[in-house]
Design a protein around this ligand. Sequence first.
Ligand code: URA
Length: 214
Amino acid sequence: MPVSLPPTTDKRTLLGPIQARVSVCVKCPHLARSRTQTVFGVGNPDAELMFIGEAPGADEDAQGEPFVGRAGQLLTKIIAAMGFNRADVYIANVLKCRPDMPAGVSGNRPPTPDEMQTCLPYLAEQIAIIRPKVLVALGATAVEGLLGTRSTMREMRGRWHSHAETPLMITYHPSYLLRNQAPAEKRKVWEDMLQVLERLGRPITEKQRNYFRT
Ligand code: URA
């Protein structure tokens, strides 16, 4: 006699079929051809905090995990400074494939509007399953993906926005901090993360409050 199981609410189980669809996605044939593999997302499916970046770079394309290159190492440090392990939060990108580059050209290019529109439904599914308490958009491309608007980071960062009824904090992409190492810029990102910790009701030490104060 067939046994019908109740629909699962286990978030890891729910994410599995989406990851499987992403891994064979050919909606952007040029990216499907150029990628080593798709980069779905990593971390705790029950996370209260979810970071959204732009797209995989060369390191992420090689390893199949978001934010593992230089910018990723800095993001991991920011997460640790907030008092989390990288495995406690969830990290994903707007694009699941590395934007292709002409042969022999190094570096990255931003996703095109078409690529973003094509890929965004996957991120929407991830967010709908994970249902974090707070989303953090890293940089202008993530903002464009989540809010559908493009504005200057100076205008957008450091205050609360909302995506799918979830509080959304906007901050600079870690690669911006790699390019611009001024303590005042680090402090801006850190102040944004202090607001995130407050919103999550996490304890904040005096030492944490003073990080990167100039
Ligand atoms: N930059 C991003 O936006 N995402 C990554 O996964 C790596 C670098």
